[in-house]
Design a protein around this ligand. Structure first.
Ligand code: CTP
Ligand code: ZN
Length: 157
């Protein structure tokens, strides 16, 4: 039943699967990867998926994600699954999840927000008011951040 794999299986590392089609490069950027770190990486785009129609996949040999990296991925690729591979086997598979509060991951787009005043060390906190489409509100100044704002910011760093 299984057709030939476009990219071989990895031995040890992380497979970020079920990324919405076209979003793989944003995921790649969010992880701060340039390709010069030396990891063996595969970015697969617009392949067939039973669940999504089309999907993207990012495979990174030798890298395991931090919780904050998983949270960032959830914000722009809420359908993604994170597969941890050891000795060629998937040992952990989990769906990413958008948390109810986003703490210290995003910068408020309101320049006058207290979280943007350099002399006030306040962590940013956003409440998630809608997951799809993504809509967040700053806990400090009530500024609304849309999915577009979030993608722009996460892909820029
Ligand atoms: N994978 C990989 N290297 C491995 C094991 C798995 O690159 N050593 C990849 C597979 O190609 C697939 C993903 O990791 O893209 C998840 O693998 P697996 O759980 O075996 O596939 P499915 O059962 O099809 O996953 P799902 O049910 O999440 O769609
Ligand atoms: Zn704010």
């Amino acid at each position: 039943m299984e057709k030939e794999l476009l990219v071989r299986k990895i031995r040890e590392g992380t497979v970020i699967d079920h990324i919405p089609a076209g979003k793989a490069l944003t995921v790649f950027k969010i992880l701060g990867l340039t390709g010069e770190e030396g990891f063996t990486i595969a970015v697969v785009m617009n392949v067939e998926s039973r669940k999504l129609g089309k999907k993207d996949i990012v495979k990174i040999e030798g890298k395991f994600l931090k919780p904050s990296e998983v949270d960032k991925i959830a914000l722009i690729a809420p359908t993604a699954t994170i597969n941890i591979v050891r000795n060629y086997e998937v040992v952990t598979k989990r769906r990413v999840e958008i948390p109810d509060e986003i703490i210290n991951i995003l910068k408020c787009i309101n320049p006058n927000c207290i979280t943007n005043k350099s002399n006030e060390p306040v962590s940013s906190v956003f409440k998630v008011i809608s997951k799809r489409p993504l809509k967040l509100v700053c806990k400090y100044c009530d500024e609304i951040m849309t999915e577009r704002d979030v993608i722009k910011q996460l892909a820029a760093t």
